[in-house]
Design a protein around this ligand. Structure first.
Ligand code: S3P
Length: 431
């Protein structure tokens, strides 16, 4: 249990830990490559360690030295794991690895913690079956544990209606060992780190705009050439500090080396639309990804805003903290087309609505989002995190903005993406 009170302001500069999505992909793609690859500034958190441990269980030698990894790539030749593979709390680990395992001619079984075992897997299991791999699991393959026997597979064309980067990535990684072409069509572009990083590993991808959306296509049989990948700071982790600085009087922060890929920076752009002073400085490219130092300063109350369905993918993981910013803005705000939030680490629509109501906000809940009326001040309350790291961090931000005391029931779950969150918070907080 963590107790929080209103802070005076936040000040200073901070380099938040590296991007979780990129850190997963860096260690997976290095393992798939031919030869030795280096990963710099790798995020070490509960989720990314689950990926690393699974790759080790499949026979990959990975040497860790501080924040750097040296990975001895297996060129897609793994060995049958001696035990169950545990993805813990990580959807990215489970879904990307199911794609990789579908290329392997041996038996493997993937499981996860209680939260992950409740999350849908059919979204990858069905297309991987269509490619010719054998997969089965609880509820006809929709829930972990899911077992795989892969091997000879063929390319397919897949329509990514849910705009899931995990599904797209899983199929592209399987597609690299499939016969023919594997194609993913996206009406709304999901995060494109897999595509960018595959290019850094020398893979040729074809990209075009089709009548049903963006098309990404890969030919099977290509090898990944070993390389060196630098991981930038995670915009999702930075979002909590950016929100605090935008909402607390007298605050000013510089978040260094932040990934500002347009498929990820929707939250920063939405805050600007709400009237916040958020700017990108020193814009540059690192390992094929756009990176900037994000400057943010408080300049008065924000305005309520709407998030449209097509804007959701670029800010999907930031919607809980955006909801907190909306709650303190002038007028009403709404989010629609975000039904995917119901199947994240927790039902994030429910958790956000419940938490904000406890803090005195009037919120209407929809199946695919919420609508709320902004308040001048939040009231401290007891908040349930449901073991979800982003709910814990979003409501810690709310607690630092609220009158009275806020209690966070399970702060330790932040270790999933940001083990030192409370330490870094202390570093920039003026009480
Ligand atoms: C992720 C993709 C998104 C995101 C998750 C990480 C990834 O999930 O919410 O936190 O690394 O590919 P979906 O693919 O389910 O949209």
């Amino acid at each position: 249990m963590l107790r929080l009170r209103r802070a005076k302001s936040v000040k200073g500069s901070l380099r938040v830990p590296s991007d979780k999505s990129i850190s997963h992909r860096a260690v997976i793609l290095s393992s798939l490559a031919n030869g030795e690859s280096y990963v710099r500034e790798w995020l070490s958190s509960a989720d990314t360690k689950a990926t690393l441990n699974i790759l080790r269980a499949l026979g990959t030698k990975i040497v860790r030295k501080g924040k750097d990894l040296k990975v001895y790539g297996r060129d897609y030749l793994f060995s049958e794991p001696p035990d169950v593979l545990d993805a813990k709390n990580s959807g990215t680990t489970a879904r990307l690895m199911l794609g990789v395992l579908s290329t392997q001619p041996f038996f493997s079984l993937v499981t996860g913690d209680k939260s992950l075992r409740r999350r849908p897997m059919l979204r990858v299991v069905e297309p991987l079956r269509e490619m010719g791999a054998f997969l089965d699991g609880r509820e006809r393959g929709n829930r972990l544990p899911v077992c795989v026997r892969g091997g000879k597979i063929r390319g397919i064309s897949f329509f990514n209606r849910k705009a899931s980067a995990q599904v797209k990535s899983s199929l592209l990684l399987a597609g690299l060992r499939a016969e023919g072409y594997t194609e993913v069509v996206e009406p709304l572009l999901s995060r494109d780190h897999t595509e960018r990083m595959l290019r850094a590993f020398g893979v040729k991808l074809h990209q075009m705009e089709g009548k049903d959306g963006h098309v990404i296509k890969v030919e099977g049989g290509q090898s990944l050439k070993s390389t060196e990948i630098f991981c930038p700071a995670d915009p999702s982790s930075a979002s909590f500090f950016v929100a605090l600085a935008a909402l607390l009087d007298g605050s000013e922060l510089l978040l260094k080396d932040v990934l500002v890929n347009p498929t990820r920076d929707g939250f920063f752009r939405k805050l600007q639309e709400m009237g916040a002073d958020v700017r990108y400085e020193n814009l540059r490219e690192i390992s094929g990804e756009p990176v900037a130092d994000v400057y943010v300063r408080h300049r008065g109350r924000l305005r309520g805003v709407e998030v449209k369905p097509e804007e959701v993918p670029s800010m999907i993981d930031e919607l809980p903290v955006l909801a907190v910013a909306m709650a303190l803005s002038e007028g009403s705000s709404r989010v629609r087309g975000a039904e995917e939030l119901r199947v994240k680490e927790s039902d994030r629509i429910r958790a956000v609505v419940e938490g904000l109501r406890a803090m005195g906000v009037s919120v209407e809940e929809f199946e695919d989002g919420f609508e709320l009326e902004g308040v001048e001040t939040l009231k401290g309350a007891k908040v349930k995190t449901y073991g979800d790291h982003r709910i814990a961090m979003a409501f810690s931000v709310a607690g630092l903005l609220a009158e009275g005391e806020t209690l966070i029931d399970d702060p330790s779950c932040v270790a999933v993406s940001y083990p030192d969150f409370y330490k870094d918070l202390d570093y920039i907080l003026i009480r």
